[in-house]
Write a protein that binds this ligand. Structure first.
Ligand code: ATP
Ligand code: MG
Length: 408
């Protein structure tokens, strides 16, 4: 992408009202713009990151047998009234049509997916089945702050699975937990699997995936020695207590952001929507259901919270908007264009800063945007390129060919 063609400009400073690092950096570096509290436009860089996160999640969901679908965001009121969500879900946005019909904006999709899958699930041979989507959710959150961490409109991956037996559900639950850990690992995040209550859904234990960050809204207690981790909201243990799992170390308290969760829904929704299948003995039974969310846009914000320094964002390679940020200073356009095209032909994504700006501005903005590799072509580099990783402070002079070899 040629920078001069982009419809964005970076800001000299972070917006005054931005209270978190992700909000400050994402706005200053031109990834997003806030329309109102909790509602954001994703600009070209921001959309690229969001798409890369989605792609990683998609690969891992497909890998455990999920099938991608796309459900509507606009729902009739009836299924929400049927489950009781119409009155019980405080964040549900409700709206009325011109003809007086009531609707809800999807804040989650159990009410849509359950009757939908009920149409297809007839026999135990149709089970297990899992469908997922990438969907913009709407929630009437009272406090939308912390940049894109808590939106009123936000992108979620939500998956729903249906099973013949508790044992089969338990097997899939483990598959999803492991897939989630792979997702967050690929995104450059360390997620702690945290025990929590089942929230609105059930009295069963659910698991949240928590990333430590002061910008988060949850407090967790974790063991520095083993994987024990609980949300303080439900905890029977306190800070400083011996770890109930390994009894080796004392529990620590930390702030964290929930990037995903998994719920055992039991038969709650399959009962409400009267979904039946005939089991192997020919009897009618109700499937056991699970739901699994990942906050795609929140995760993008959490990545920024975890990967930055005083100069800007440091994107993990897996989700960087571009692998290479190419800067040309005082060289002929044809020279820059040749390097730009050579990199692209090698399959490397490039942002070419071909703008008429001072070297100081170009360097500062490259650090702010945070692509993993910065290449500079100038009179001084004499046919070679000056290569610096975002995480390093000193550049080195290399040939473009050697650089490409290392990057591919
Ligand atoms: P929270 O406790 O943070 O409100 P939740 O328990 O309401 O989350 P779910 O309804 O299960 O979360 O949604 C699945 C995932 O979607 C969450 O794990 C989180 O990553 C993300 N998420 C939930 N609410 C928001 C929001 N308002 N803005 C951005 N992401 C959100
Ligand atoms: Mg919530």
């Amino acid at each position: 992408m040629r920078f001069s063609t982009l419809p964005i400009r970076l800001l000299p400073e972070a917006p005054k009202d931005a209270d978190t690092v992700n909000h400050q950096l994402l706005v200053q570096a031109g990834f997003v713009r806030q329309l109102m509290a909790g509602v954001y436009t994703y600009l070209p860089f921001g959309l690229k990151v969001l798409n890369s996160i989605q792609q990683i999640v998609r690969e891992e969901m497909d890998g455990i047998g999920g099938h991608e679908i796309h459900m509507p965001a606009l729902h009739p009121a009836e299924p929400w009234k049927k489950t009781g969500g119409w009155d019980a879900v405080d964040v549900l946005f409700k709206l009325e049509s011109r003809t007086g019909k009531e609707h809800a904006l999807g804040q989650s999709h159990e009410e849509v997916v359950s009757p939908l899958m009920g149409e297809f699930i007839q026999s135990y041979k149709d089970l297990p089945v899992a469908v997922y989507q990438m969907q913009w959710k709407f929630r009437d959150e009272l406090r939308s702050k912390s940049g894109i961490l808590r939106g009123r409109e936000f992108l979620m991956k939500d998956m729903y699975s249906f099973h013949e037996s508790q044992a089969d559900f338990d097997r899939f639950y483990e598959d999803v937990k492991n897939a989630y850990l792979r997702v967050f690992d690929r995104l450059g995040l360390v997620a702690k699997v945290t025990e929590a209550s089942g929230g609105n859904f059930t009295d069963k234990i659910s698991y949240e995936f928590m990333v430590l960050t002061d910008a988060g809204e949850d407090d967790i207690l974790y063991c520095p020695n083993c994987e024990f981790c609980v949300n303080t909201e439900i905890a029977k243990v306190a800070e400083g207590d011996k770890c109930p799992k390994c009894s080796d170390a004392s529990l620590k308290m930390a702030r964290a952001a929930e990037v995903g969760n998994v719920f055992d829904l039991g038969k709650k929704f399959t009962e409400v929507f009267n979904i039946n299948f005939s089991n192997a003995s020919g009897e009618q039974a109700k499937p056991i259901m699970g739901c699994y969310g990942i906050g795609i846009s929140r995760t993008m914000g959490v990545i920024v919270e975890r990967h930055n320094d005083d100069r800007g964002i440091i994107w993990p390679t897996s989700v960087a908007p571009f692998q290479v940020h190419l800067i040309t200073i005082g060289v002929e356009e044809a020279v820059g264009k040749a390097a730009y095209e050579t990199l692209q032909k090698a399959g490397i994504s490039v942002l070419w800063d071909d703008r008429d700006k001072s070297p100081g501005t170009k360097f500062a903005e490259a650090d702010l945007i945070g692509c993993p590799h910065r290449l500079v072509l100038s009179k001084k580099t004499a046919g070679q390129v000056e290569w610096k990783k975002r995480t390093e402070s000193e550049p080195s002079l290399v040939s473009l060919e050697d650089c490409i070899q290392e990057l591919t």
